[in-house]
Ligand binder design. Sequence first.
Ligand code: PAF
Length: 303
Amino acid sequence: MKVVEHVAELREHCESARRAGHRVGLVPTMGYFHAGHRSLMRAARAHDDFVVVTLFVNPTQFGPNEDLSAYPRDLAADVSVAIEAGVDILFAPSVDEMDPGGPPRTKVHVAELTEGMCGAARPTHFDGVTTVVAKLFSIVGPCRAYFGRKDYQQLAVVRRMTQDLNLPVEVVGCPLVREPDGLAMSSRNAYLTADERAVAPALFAALVDAVATVRAGERDARAVERRVADALAHRREIALEYVELRGAASLEPLTRVDGEVVLAVAGRLGRARLIDNVVIQVVDGRVDADLGVEVGADEVLDA
Ligand code: PAF
């Protein structure tokens, strides 16, 4: 595996891979790899000939009072994980290398899907994400790009950008990976103290409980959201930011649980902002739910 720091060198490697007839797969990340990242790398390795993982803590997707300077980093450990996952190139540029003219004056903005949910508390976040992802697509020229379903709104927004701009990239959504106690894997879990870590699975437990009410026949979207909020109300350590039930692809607000919907939650626990979601399908009275996969099971799924 090569670790590349410069855009021009990365372009050359990707161009020669394409000239050799190889399909390039891209896994965009901000590093501090965990099992969720590893499953994205494995998916790319399984489907593409040449796998590029990018590691860039993108300043433009952090708000002024957010955790940019504290964001966890460990390049040496990340290099080992990427080697083990069979990655061809780990691209780890500096901020100056990615944005030599300072923060981009050109921004990619996806309307509507970025409103509400995480966009409410983080109004500039998704413009930062879509702008850097568009730049990475332009530099790498991948056939496919892999994103985790944990960042559900991000995945929907990136899909919409790719469709609206006719970008020749297939956006692949990969399963949300959970710790054995249900906590969604996230680099930001590193911020949790031992006591907070013990409380954190409450988010997933509340979502599972709400899915049970849908299985039992509840179809009122507000009632399902309230069920999650009520379950978390006695967890005083968690400052709930939102619970929203929306259309799974369009992210449109819904009044009824019908078809494919996403039930998403965000809250602050100590220094960490945690997000989680489940996707529920209600078709002809039958209820199915995608709760993600437990760490370890994702490897079995890929095999
Ligand atoms: O999900 C992330 O880690 C980031 O938002 C992404 C997609 C790498 C863009 O910086």
